[in-house]
Design a protein around this ligand. Structure first.
Ligand SMILES: [Fe+2]
Length: 186
């Protein structure tokens, strides 16, 4: 069964051995290879939210639960990340800056993530995330830095122009999604 303290210790040891995402990715892959164990260890997803599981200057571990059909706008992290899916699905669209307008992005690729996938994201990745299924999706997100302190960007969903990442607005999106989900559920 998934043990959070052990998982944190394993991530810390992996980071010490290798400051890139490679060793941490193996730790995440091992965890989500037993999705039932993660569900037991973290609990069944009940509502859309971001749970802080561990937070240090060089490592952040989140339990991200996406509402059904929820989408977050393109954003960067400015640190590597590993996303491990233990329930549901995540579709990631990857974006790149336009060569002639660095404030604007265009879609550059996509990756569909399923239960058991552990996807590494590079330092400079810009991505948006959609939960494409009509139930909650649960994912462990590990970041190679202080996720909450970085001065990041997000891109407007309509204009695709760069703006400053607003953490409170991002968290509010989860609450709004819960409201929407209530309507779906009733
Ligand atoms: Fe992200």
């Amino acid at each position: 069964m998934f043990n959070l303290e052990q998982f944190i210790a394993d991530c810390r040891a992996a980071l010490k051995a290798d400051s890139s995402h490679k060793s941490v990715r193996e730790v995440v892959a091992r965890a989500v290879s037993d999705p039932a164990g993660v569900l037991k260890g973290l609990g069944e997803p009940k509502r859309a939210e971001v749970q802080k599981l561990y937070h240090a200057p060089d490592l952040t571990i989140l339990n991200v639960i996406w509402a059904p059909m929820m989408t977050v706008m393109p954003h960067n992290h400015l640190m590597w990340a590993v996303i491990g899916i233990y329930s549901g699905r995540e579709d990631n669209v990857f974006w790149r800056r336009l060569p002639d307008n660095h404030r604007r992005v265009e879609a550059a690729g996509a990756r569909s993530l399923c239960v058991g996938d552990a996807e590494p994201l590079g330092h400079n990745i810009i991505h948006s995330v959609t939960n494409p299924i009509p139930r909650l999706t649960g994912a462990i997100h590990v970041y190679g830095g202080d996720f909450f302190a970085a001065h990041r960007s997000e891109w407007d969903a309509e204009t695709l122009l760069e703006g400053r990442f607003d953490a409170e607005r991002a968290l509010r999106r989860f609450e709004e999604a819960n409201e929407t989900y209530k309507h779906f559920a009733s």
